[in-house]
Ligand binder design. Structure first.
Ligand code: C5P
Length: 280
């Protein structure tokens, strides 16, 4: 049996540049891999199946892991073998942390390395990843990257260590619902996302913040419950996860203390500590 870690991401900046003729939005977003992860156990089997303990049967059926498997099997029917996938979820669904996409790419990469004939053009892998979603290609390499186009064009950046508090509301946000209410506004920018990343400041702006609050009034209640900490809290993707980022663990821990104190035991929001992932 193989056991894989499937890491989450946060968006350290997300700019919507406009709407495209294909209905998607042109994006510029800075994605950063963090150590919050799901675990995927993969074992050889007579027939391919997926079991995700605690997940509804509908979510099991629509799971991107099985979609990724089927797409690769269709492309390489002679080579892709049968497997049982057991998925232990820790990354919230519909949380803007890319959990489903990360799971799919984790499995796609595993199958690619194990079953696809050596020397096969990796452009096929990129194209398959892109057809699974808009934030999937990022997970082919992880680390930190500027993601352009629909999100699938990746420019890798040098990685840096950050420390996070993740604020996980007890509800999810649907990406299509948030984009549906998004209204384009020209914004004043502090600089390019790449420059902000290099300088290590001004991160966390998210053009979807207003749309998320409009689509989910509960998000506004969450923000209001944060009181003085609110200015330091940013939205990941289309929500519902919020986060604070810090350059030192001490600073992060101090913010964690303030958050927990401010929330006064509210059960509607879970706060988790996390940090950047470094791949060797
Ligand atoms: O491609 P993905 O499944 O991740 O996107 C979910 C939905 O989010 C799309 O169907 C679309 O409504 C919206 N979306 C968008 N522009 C993007 C990415 C996603 O409008 N760049």
């Amino acid at each position: 049996m193989n056991v894989l870690k499937s890491f989450a991401k946060v968006n350290l900046g997300l700019r919507v540049l406009g709407k495209r003729p294909d209905g998607y939005h042109e994006l510029e977003t800075l994605m950063h891999e963090i150590d919050l992860h799901d675990t995927i156990e993969i074992s050889s089997a007579e027939e391919t199946s997926l079991h995700a303990p605690g997940m509804s049967s509908e979510d099991n059926c629509n799971n991107l892991v099985i979609k990724a498997y089927e797409m690769l099997k269709q492309r390489f029917p002679e080579h892709i073998k049968n497997y049982h996938f057991k998925l232990h979820k820790h990354i919230p669904l519909g949380g803007g942390l890319g959990g489903g996409s990360s799971n799919a790419i984790c499995v796609l990469k595993f199958l690619w390395e194990r079953d696809v004939p050596e020397g096969t053009d990796t452009k096929i892998l990129d194209d398959l990843a892109a057809s699974l979603g808009s934030d999937t290609n990022f997970f082919l390499q992880g680390g930190t990257a500027l993601c352009l186009g629909r999100g699938e064009k990746i420019v890798a950046l040098d990685n840096k260590q950050y420390f996070f508090n993740l604020l996980l509301p007890d509800f999810s946000c649907s990406t299509p619902s948030v984009f549906r209410v998004y209204a384009h506004k020209e914004q004043d920018r502090l600089g390019s996302l790449e420059d902000l990343w290099k300088k290590g400041r001004g991160l966390g702006e998210n053009d979807l913040r207003h749309a998320c609050l409009e689509a989910y009034p509960k998000m506004k209640q969450v923000m209001d419950s944060l009181g003085d900490s609110c200015g330091k809290i940013h939205l990941s993707g289309s929500g519902s996860t919020l986060y604070s980022y810090h350059t030192s663990m001490e600073e992060r821990d101090e913010q964690y203390r303030l958050l927990i104190e401010g929330l006064k035991g509210s059960l509607a929001l879970k706060v988790l500590k996390s940090q950047s992932v470094f791949r060797l």
